[in-house]
Design a protein around this ligand. Structure first.
Ligand SMILES: C[S@@+](CC[C@H](N)C(=O)[O-])C[C@H]1O[C@@H](n2cnc3c(N)ncnc32)[C@H](O)[C@@H]1O
Length: 272
Protein backbone atom coordinates (compact mmCIF):
# COMPACT_ATOMS: atom_id res chain seq x y z
CA UNK A 1 0.00 0.00 0.00
CA UNK A 2 1.36 3.42 -1.00
CA UNK A 3 1.92 6.12 1.66
CA UNK A 4 -0.34 9.15 1.63
CA UNK A 5 2.39 11.53 2.74
CA UNK A 6 5.42 12.65 0.78
CA UNK A 7 8.35 12.40 3.15
CA UNK A 8 12.00 13.36 2.69
CA UNK A 9 14.17 10.28 3.14
CA UNK A 10 11.11 8.07 2.62
CA UNK A 11 11.90 4.51 1.63
CA UNK A 12 9.16 3.95 -0.96
CA UNK A 13 11.61 2.82 -3.64
CA UNK A 14 13.14 0.15 -1.43
CA UNK A 15 10.14 -0.64 0.76
CA UNK A 16 9.44 -3.88 -1.16
CA UNK A 17 12.99 -5.08 -0.53
CA UNK A 18 13.06 -4.06 3.13
CA UNK A 19 9.49 -5.25 3.70
CA UNK A 20 10.26 -8.71 2.26
CA UNK A 21 13.36 -9.02 4.41
CA UNK A 22 11.38 -8.12 7.53
CA UNK A 23 8.42 -10.37 6.64
CA UNK A 24 10.76 -13.37 6.31
CA UNK A 25 12.24 -12.81 9.75
CA UNK A 26 9.37 -11.49 11.87
CA UNK A 27 7.36 -14.15 13.69
CA UNK A 28 3.63 -13.97 13.09
CA UNK A 29 2.97 -13.27 16.76
CA UNK A 30 5.91 -10.86 17.03
CA UNK A 31 5.67 -7.11 17.08
CA UNK A 32 6.94 -4.79 14.35
CA UNK A 33 8.56 -1.69 15.87
CA UNK A 34 9.40 1.43 13.84
CA UNK A 35 10.69 4.39 15.92
CA UNK A 36 11.37 6.79 12.98
CA UNK A 37 8.02 6.35 11.22
CA UNK A 38 8.01 9.36 8.83
CA UNK A 39 5.88 8.54 5.77
CA UNK A 40 5.44 4.93 7.00
CA UNK A 41 6.36 3.42 3.63
CA UNK A 42 7.93 0.27 5.10
CA UNK A 43 5.12 -0.28 7.62
CA UNK A 44 2.49 0.09 4.90
CA UNK A 45 4.32 -2.25 2.55
CA UNK A 46 4.83 -4.85 5.27
CA UNK A 47 1.18 -5.12 6.23
CA UNK A 48 1.98 -6.57 9.66
CA UNK A 49 -0.74 -5.94 12.22
CA UNK A 50 0.71 -5.88 15.70
CA UNK A 51 3.05 -2.84 15.70
CA UNK A 52 4.58 -0.09 17.77
CA UNK A 53 5.12 3.04 15.66
CA UNK A 54 6.83 6.21 16.83
CA UNK A 55 8.13 9.54 15.63
CA UNK A 56 9.19 12.69 17.46
CA UNK A 57 7.02 14.89 15.23
CA UNK A 58 3.70 15.51 17.09
CA UNK A 59 1.92 16.80 13.99
CA UNK A 60 2.79 13.64 12.09
CA UNK A 61 1.64 11.40 14.93
CA UNK A 62 -1.62 13.37 15.25
CA UNK A 63 -2.22 12.67 11.55
CA UNK A 64 -1.75 8.90 12.04
CA UNK A 65 -3.84 8.91 15.21
CA UNK A 66 -6.71 10.47 13.26
CA UNK A 67 -6.34 7.86 10.50
CA UNK A 68 -6.42 5.16 13.16
CA UNK A 69 -9.35 6.60 15.07
CA UNK A 70 -11.65 7.39 12.15
CA UNK A 71 -10.22 7.48 8.64
CA UNK A 72 -13.67 8.39 7.24
CA UNK A 73 -13.81 11.51 9.43
CA UNK A 74 -10.34 12.48 8.24
CA UNK A 75 -11.39 11.92 4.62
CA UNK A 76 -14.40 14.21 5.11
CA UNK A 77 -12.28 16.93 6.77
CA UNK A 78 -9.77 16.71 3.91
CA UNK A 79 -12.49 16.76 1.20
CA UNK A 80 -14.06 19.85 2.83
CA UNK A 81 -10.66 21.53 2.83
CA UNK A 82 -10.12 20.68 -0.84
CA UNK A 83 -13.52 22.13 -1.73
CA UNK A 84 -12.71 25.29 0.27
CA UNK A 85 -9.31 25.61 -1.47
CA UNK A 86 -11.07 25.81 -4.85
CA UNK A 87 -12.66 29.13 -3.84
CA UNK A 88 -9.28 30.91 -3.93
CA UNK A 89 -7.98 32.74 -7.00
CA UNK A 90 -4.92 30.52 -7.24
CA UNK A 91 -3.60 27.31 -5.68
CA UNK A 92 -0.79 29.32 -4.14
CA UNK A 93 -3.27 31.65 -2.41
CA UNK A 94 -5.10 28.62 -1.03
CA UNK A 95 -1.84 27.10 0.19
CA UNK A 96 -0.79 30.28 1.99
CA UNK A 97 -4.18 30.60 3.67
CA UNK A 98 -4.19 26.95 4.82
CA UNK A 99 -0.62 27.28 6.06
CA UNK A 100 -1.52 30.36 8.10
CA UNK A 101 -4.61 28.68 9.58
CA UNK A 102 -2.60 25.55 10.36
CA UNK A 103 0.05 27.58 12.18
CA UNK A 104 -2.59 29.34 14.27
CA UNK A 105 -4.36 26.07 15.13
CA UNK A 106 -3.82 23.74 18.09
CA UNK A 107 -2.18 21.23 15.68
CA UNK A 108 -4.26 18.39 17.03
CA UNK A 109 -7.50 16.79 15.89
CA UNK A 110 -9.01 16.04 12.48
CA UNK A 111 -9.07 19.53 10.96
CA UNK A 112 -5.42 20.03 11.74
CA UNK A 113 -4.55 16.57 10.37
CA UNK A 114 -6.43 17.39 7.15
CA UNK A 115 -4.52 20.68 6.81
CA UNK A 116 -1.25 18.86 7.48
CA UNK A 117 -2.02 16.42 4.64
CA UNK A 118 -3.02 19.26 2.29
CA UNK A 119 0.20 21.17 3.07
CA UNK A 120 2.33 18.04 2.74
CA UNK A 121 0.88 17.35 -0.72
CA UNK A 122 1.16 20.91 -2.03
CA UNK A 123 4.33 22.27 -0.41
CA UNK A 124 7.79 22.21 -1.96
CA UNK A 125 9.00 18.59 -2.16
CA UNK A 126 6.87 17.53 0.81
CA UNK A 127 9.48 18.97 3.16
CA UNK A 128 8.49 19.37 6.80
CA UNK A 129 10.33 22.53 7.87
CA UNK A 130 9.58 24.74 10.85
CA UNK A 131 10.97 28.17 11.68
CA UNK A 132 12.29 29.31 15.08
CA UNK A 133 8.75 29.99 16.27
CA UNK A 134 7.82 26.40 15.45
CA UNK A 135 5.66 27.45 12.48
CA UNK A 136 5.50 25.34 9.35
CA UNK A 137 7.41 27.43 6.78
CA UNK A 138 7.95 25.33 3.64
CA UNK A 139 6.95 27.34 0.53
CA UNK A 140 4.32 26.40 -2.05
CA UNK A 141 5.40 23.62 -4.38
CA UNK A 142 3.16 24.37 -7.39
CA UNK A 143 1.56 20.95 -6.99
CA UNK A 144 -2.02 19.73 -6.75
CA UNK A 145 -3.19 18.28 -3.45
CA UNK A 146 -4.59 15.02 -4.81
CA UNK A 147 -7.62 13.00 -3.82
CA UNK A 148 -8.20 9.31 -3.05
CA UNK A 149 -11.18 6.96 -3.26
CA UNK A 150 -13.10 6.04 -0.13
CA UNK A 151 -11.74 2.43 -0.18
CA UNK A 152 -8.20 3.71 -0.03
CA UNK A 153 -8.95 5.78 3.08
CA UNK A 154 -10.74 2.85 4.70
CA UNK A 155 -7.89 0.41 3.95
CA UNK A 156 -5.33 2.89 5.18
CA UNK A 157 -7.19 3.39 8.46
CA UNK A 158 -7.48 -0.38 8.91
CA UNK A 159 -3.73 -0.79 8.54
CA UNK A 160 -3.25 1.17 11.75
CA UNK A 161 -5.93 -0.63 13.79
CA UNK A 162 -3.55 -2.97 15.60
CA UNK A 163 -0.79 -0.40 16.05
CA UNK A 164 0.26 1.60 19.04
CA UNK A 165 1.33 5.10 18.03
CA UNK A 166 3.76 7.08 20.15
CA UNK A 167 5.00 10.62 19.80
CA UNK A 168 8.38 10.08 21.41
CA UNK A 169 12.09 10.16 20.98
CA UNK A 170 13.30 6.96 19.32
CA UNK A 171 15.24 5.99 22.47
CA UNK A 172 11.98 5.47 24.41
CA UNK A 173 10.50 3.30 21.66
CA UNK A 174 13.68 1.27 21.21
CA UNK A 175 13.96 0.76 24.98
CA UNK A 176 10.53 -0.87 25.06
CA UNK A 177 11.39 -3.45 22.36
CA UNK A 178 11.77 -7.02 23.63
CA UNK A 179 12.83 -10.41 22.32
CA UNK A 180 10.38 -11.56 19.62
CA UNK A 181 10.00 -8.01 18.22
CA UNK A 182 11.68 -6.81 15.04
CA UNK A 183 12.77 -3.16 14.98
CA UNK A 184 13.28 -1.23 11.74
CA UNK A 185 15.15 2.06 12.21
CA UNK A 186 15.35 4.74 9.53
CA UNK A 187 16.88 7.82 11.21
CA UNK A 188 17.41 11.15 9.45
CA UNK A 189 20.49 11.33 7.24
CA UNK A 190 23.53 12.94 8.78
CA UNK A 191 26.25 14.75 6.86
CA UNK A 192 24.50 15.14 3.53
CA UNK A 193 24.82 18.37 1.58
CA UNK A 194 21.19 19.42 1.70
CA UNK A 195 19.99 20.40 5.18
CA UNK A 196 16.45 19.52 4.18
CA UNK A 197 17.45 15.90 4.55
CA UNK A 198 18.51 16.16 8.15
CA UNK A 199 16.20 18.78 9.60
CA UNK A 200 12.74 17.33 10.30
CA UNK A 201 12.19 19.56 13.31
CA UNK A 202 13.79 22.39 15.25
CA UNK A 203 17.02 20.45 15.75
CA UNK A 204 18.90 18.38 13.13
CA UNK A 205 20.02 14.81 13.83
CA UNK A 206 23.78 15.16 14.25
CA UNK A 207 26.92 13.05 14.73
CA UNK A 208 26.37 12.90 18.48
CA UNK A 209 22.91 11.43 17.81
CA UNK A 210 24.56 8.81 15.62
CA UNK A 211 26.78 7.72 18.56
CA UNK A 212 23.72 7.45 20.82
CA UNK A 213 21.88 5.55 18.08
CA UNK A 214 24.74 3.08 17.91
CA UNK A 215 24.41 2.41 21.67
CA UNK A 216 20.64 1.95 21.34
CA UNK A 217 21.09 -0.49 18.45
CA UNK A 218 23.77 -2.40 20.34
CA UNK A 219 21.33 -2.61 23.27
CA UNK A 220 18.78 -4.26 20.97
CA UNK A 221 21.35 -6.81 19.83
CA UNK A 222 22.36 -7.50 23.45
CA UNK A 223 18.69 -8.16 24.32
CA UNK A 224 18.33 -10.57 21.35
CA UNK A 225 15.92 -8.20 19.60
CA UNK A 226 16.08 -8.39 15.80
CA UNK A 227 16.88 -5.05 14.19
CA UNK A 228 17.36 -3.64 10.73
CA UNK A 229 18.85 -0.16 10.35
CA UNK A 230 19.03 2.10 7.27
CA UNK A 231 21.92 4.57 7.25
CA UNK A 232 23.55 6.63 4.57
CA UNK A 233 26.80 5.01 3.48
CA UNK A 234 29.90 6.34 5.24
CA UNK A 235 33.24 4.97 6.40
CA UNK A 236 32.19 5.74 10.01
CA UNK A 237 29.01 3.70 9.70
CA UNK A 238 30.85 0.78 8.08
CA UNK A 239 33.32 0.81 10.99
CA UNK A 240 30.68 1.33 13.72
CA UNK A 241 28.57 -1.60 12.59
CA UNK A 242 31.27 -3.95 11.34
CA UNK A 243 30.10 -6.71 13.71
CA UNK A 244 26.72 -6.89 11.97
CA UNK A 245 25.57 -7.92 8.52
CA UNK A 246 25.80 -4.97 6.14
CA UNK A 247 24.34 -4.69 2.65
CA UNK A 248 24.44 -1.71 0.38
CA UNK A 249 21.12 -0.74 -1.09
CA UNK A 250 20.88 1.38 -4.20
CA UNK A 251 17.78 3.49 -3.81
CA UNK A 252 15.39 1.86 -6.28
CA UNK A 253 17.50 -1.02 -7.55
CA UNK A 254 18.03 -3.38 -4.65
CA UNK A 255 21.10 -4.92 -3.08
CA UNK A 256 24.51 -4.40 -4.68
CA UNK A 257 27.83 -5.80 -3.51
CA UNK A 258 29.88 -3.83 -1.00
CA UNK A 259 32.58 -3.52 -3.67
CA UNK A 260 30.28 -1.49 -5.93
CA UNK A 261 30.32 1.59 -3.74
CA UNK A 262 28.66 4.66 -5.18
CA UNK A 263 27.37 8.03 -4.08
CA UNK A 264 23.91 8.06 -2.61
CA UNK A 265 23.96 4.44 -1.44
CA UNK A 266 22.25 3.41 1.78
CA UNK A 267 23.48 0.77 4.15
CA UNK A 268 21.11 -1.85 5.48
CA UNK A 269 22.56 -3.11 8.74
CA UNK A 270 21.01 -6.05 10.62
CA UNK A 271 21.58 -8.76 13.17
CA UNK A 272 19.66 -11.50 11.34
C1 LIG B 1 14.19 9.32 7.26
S1 LIG B 1 12.67 9.76 8.04
C2 LIG B 1 11.83 8.23 8.09
C3 LIG B 1 11.27 7.90 6.74
C4 LIG B 1 10.39 6.66 6.71
N1 LIG B 1 11.16 5.46 6.90
C5 LIG B 1 9.65 6.61 5.39
O1 LIG B 1 9.83 5.68 4.60
O2 LIG B 1 8.88 7.54 5.14
C6 LIG B 1 13.16 10.06 9.68
C7 LIG B 1 12.03 10.38 10.66
O3 LIG B 1 12.61 10.43 11.96
C8 LIG B 1 11.93 11.42 12.74
N2 LIG B 1 12.84 11.80 13.84
C9 LIG B 1 13.89 12.67 13.83
N3 LIG B 1 14.52 12.69 15.01
C10 LIG B 1 13.86 11.79 15.80
C11 LIG B 1 14.05 11.33 17.13
N4 LIG B 1 15.04 11.81 17.91
N5 LIG B 1 13.21 10.40 17.63
C12 LIG B 1 12.19 9.91 16.87
N6 LIG B 1 11.96 10.31 15.58
C13 LIG B 1 12.79 11.22 15.06
C14 LIG B 1 11.59 12.52 11.76
O4 LIG B 1 10.47 13.26 12.23
C15 LIG B 1 11.33 11.71 10.46
O5 LIG B 1 9.96 11.49 10.31
Amino acid sequence: MQPLLRWIGGKQKVSALIGDLIRLNLNEGGRYVEPFLGGASVFLRLGHGFSLLGDSNPVLINFYECLQLDSMALMVAYSDLLAHSKSFQSEKDAFLQVRQEFNLSSKSGFESAAKFLYLNRTCFNGIWRVNRKGEFSTPFGARRAGNWPIDFWRDLGERFQQSILRCADYTAVVASAAEGDLVYLDPPYVGVESESFVRYGPRPFDRNDLCLLKDAVQGLADRNVLFCLSLNCSAVALEDYKDFKIDEVANGSGFVGLQKRARGMDLLIRNF
